[in-house]
Ligand binder design. Structure first.
Ligand SMILES: C[S@@+](CC[C@H](N)C(=O)[O-])C[C@H]1O[C@@H](n2cnc3c(N)ncnc32)[C@H](O)[C@@H]1O
Length: 218
């Protein structure tokens, strides 16, 4: 799979690309390219945004700038999914992550300040996605959230089986995961549930399933 991120801050992605599981799939199951709108802007002095029509505070990312960036990256062969990251988009959830992870190619558009000229969302993008009902200062963290969530689903990202019983997986009927414990078995009077120490794998499976079910309906 190839993911292209369009941003004004490409260096922000340096940390993420060094972390697992992303680092492990880069150059294999995942090719990641970072594009800076400033490198291809048709405007002078690296300008990428402008004052909002109708007045008001903040700067708006220009449609001609984003179109030029897409043109430079793809010519006329644009990817099937071009995602604008915006608080007003479709909420990101695991089903959407799985859907995106099946795409051969994906473009993520991030903005800053007041956001996108709406024609970027309406005309240049195929999807608008929000990572939650709150406002961040830029689309870089949302792009990293999407990247990391997709990377986990790619072949070779996780050790065998560890992605199968995660929260929101089919194995847990879409529910959240059961709780985990490790040594010590007792700490300050806080005990690990005895069933987990019993060695009875049938009982452990049943307990985990029940815990997942109870936590999922809270
Ligand atoms: C300060 S925000 C713009 C907020 C916009 N004026 C609004 O009220 O919806 C700047 C950029 O950060 C990104 N962003 C902020 N919060 C986001 C979220 N919850 N999901 C996805 N992208 C977000 C988007 O790319 C957005 O254009």
């Amino acid at each position: 799979m190839r993911i292209d991120v369009f941003t004004q801050v490409p260096h922000a992605f340096g940390w993420l690309t060094e972390q697992q599981p992303l680092a492990g799939v880069l150059g294999g199951a995942l090719e990641l390219r970072l594009f800076n709108y400033r490198d291809t802007t048709p405007l002078r002095a690296g300008q990428v945004d402008d004052d909002p029509y109708g007045g008001g505070p903040g700067m708006v990312l220009r449609v001609d700038v984003v179109d030029a960036a897409l043109e430079a990256a793809y010519g006329t062969e644009r990817p099937g999914r071009i995602v604008a990251l915006t608080p007003s988009g479709r909420p990101l959830e695991q089903g959407l992550v799985e859907e995106l992870a099946r795409e051969p190619q994906l473009a993520l558009l991030s903005s800053r300040f007041e956001g996108f000229d709406e024609r970027i969302v309406d005309e240049l993008s195929t999807d608008a996605i929000s990572i939650g009902p709150y406002v961040l200062s830029g689309g870089e963290l949302p792009a990293m959230v999407v990247l990391d969530a997709i990377a986990r689903r790619l072949p070779g990202a996780l050790t065998e089986g560890s992605g199968e019983h995660e929260s929101f997986s089919a194995a847990l009927d879409g529910g959240v995961e059961y709780p985990h414990y490790t040594r010590p078995a007792e700490y300050r009077g806080w005990d690990v549930p005895p069933v987990l120490l019993s060695g009875d794998h049938g009982a452990i499976d049943q307990w985990r399933r029940e815990q997942s079910r109870v936590r999922s309906i809270r």
